[in-house]
Design a protein around this ligand. Structure first.
Ligand SMILES: Cc1cc2nc3c(=O)[nH]c(=O)nc-3n(C[C@H](O)[C@H](O)[C@H](O)COP(=O)(O)OP(=O)(O)OC[C@H]3O[C@@H](n4cnc5c(N)ncnc54)[C@H](O)[C@@H]3O)c2cc1C
Length: 373
């Protein structure tokens, strides 16, 4: 039987960020990552829009975004891009709340008028923008570089990664769940002291198969696609999104990454793009902008997995303290990964958030799994 002290289920950005932080914090322990697929970023981690936006996602997880900033600044994985949330005549009322929430994190986030929005994003049709919120510090994330930095840090600290090894079942060795698990996998059993569940859309499946009550995760499919930009200068424009989340268009070199910002309930699976979501996105984007999309270069879909309150679920299970949750990354699992991974390690090692979270406003009661039981 393969034996480790800490077994991490899933090698996406959530699993690898936690793995790297845990291996650093526990240098004398054997820490292993077990991934079902041949590649670590096959699922949602390899399918994101790769942006870092402070004013985005549930308020409870924003401290994890703040706590991640120091890591990004140390490692140079961010390229400034800016984020423009545009409001048409019927959505102007959403602007004040968005600015209020944004300025609580970053005073540079501000409301701007239609003229300024048009200057920043010349593709907007004038009748579709009456006001906007601009976040100048929003950035593009080098997701592959970020994920690899966790893989490298983990391996350098002695951690091991095994791919094509799906966890199929598990049972606690002790009835109080305090320590010790046997995990069944597609290539033989694993004995471990602690399990970290970072299985993304499969988070509840993994928990249930180990006899741990699920937290109510909802995988929601989102389709994205690339189109050629008719504007040679668009590479320097900000990410442009409808303030009511009806579409977005993110400049990427000579292309735009576009999406309907759809959230369609799905089973955990290898998500595929839906033609109907692409068609509706094109209709909305062509009506709001002058992109004049006529063809799509490539498309894909991924599952953004949310907890019932859309906050992340990090920390020990109340009934099985050696089963640590790290799920519910939703639409911000990349940007929050350095902070979220560190929080998993802090809670595992000391039971409380460490210095990374000082001054971030982290409210643990909105993160721990116990709130969902
Ligand atoms: C279109 C789109 C745009 C997005 N844009 C952004 C963005 O701009 N910024 C941002 O921060 N986030 C964004 N996200 C969200 C982000 O991609 C996710 O929050 C993040 O990737 C989740 O990471 P994860 O590691 O939890 O999941 P995953 O990457 O899915 O990793 C989970 C892993 O667990 C493995 N696994 C599952 N079950 C088992 C098992 N039984 N045994 C072993 N392994 C198992 C899976 O194979 C998988 O590799 C976007 C998502 C989508 C779909």
């Amino acid at each position: 039987m393969r034996t480790v002290d800490v077994a991490i289920v899933g090698g996406g950005i959530a699993g690898m960020s936690a793995a790297a932080a845990i291996a650093l914090a526990l240098p004398d322990e054997r820490v292993g990552v077990f991934e079902a697929e041949a590649g670590l970023t096959h699922h949602t981690t390899g399918r994101s829009a790769a942006v870092f936006i402070e004013n985005y996602g549930a308020l409870s997880l924003r401290p994890l975004t703040l706590a991640s900033k120091a890591y990004y600044h140390r490692h140079d994985f961010l390229t400034p891009r800016g984020y423009l949330a545009v409001a048409g005549p019927s959505d102007e009322g959403l602007i004040d709340q968005l600015v209020l929430e944004g300025r609580a994190m970053n005073p540079n986030i501000a409301a701007i008028d239609a003229e300024e929005a048009q200057r920043l994003a010349p593709l907007m049709r004038p009748d579709h923008v009456v006001a906007a919120v601009y976040e100048p510090d929003a950035s593009a994330i080098d997701v592959a570089g970020l994920h690899q930095s966790f893989v490298r840090g983990f391996r350098a600290a002695g951690g091991t990664i095994e791919t094509l090894r799906r966890i199929t079942a598990g049972r606690p060795v002790r009835s109080d769940g305090a320590s010790g698990w046997v995990l069944e996998t597609t290539s033989g059993p694993i004995s471990c002291g602690t399990v970290v569940n970072a299985a993304g859309a499969w988070g509840d499946v993994v928990a249930s198969s180990a006899g741990v009550a699920p937290v109510g995760l909802r995988p929601l499919r989102r389709t994205a696609f690339m189109v050629t930009s008719p504007y040679p200068e668009s590479g320097s424009w900000p990410l442009i999104a409808d303030v009511a989340h009806a579409w977005y268009a993110n400049p990427d070199g000579h292309q735009f990454l576009c999406s309907l910002a759809d959230e369609t309930p799905s089973e955990p699976c290898d998500a595929k793009p839906e033609e109907v979501d692409i068609a509706l996105a094109i209709e909305r984007i062509n009506s709001a902008t002058t992109l004049d999309i006529r063809s799509v270069n490539s498309s894909w879909a991924g599952l953004r997995t949310f907890s019932p309150d859309r906050g992340m679920v990090i920390g020990p299970d109340p009934e099985h303290p050696s089963f640590i949750w790290c799920v519910g990354q939703g639409g911000t699992g990349i940007q929050t990964a350095p902070g979220a991974g560190q929080l998993v390690a802090d809670l595992l090692v000391t039971g409380e958030p460490g210095s990374t979270f000082e001054g971030t406003g982290l409210d643990l009661s909105l993160i721990l799994p116990g709130r969902l039981r």
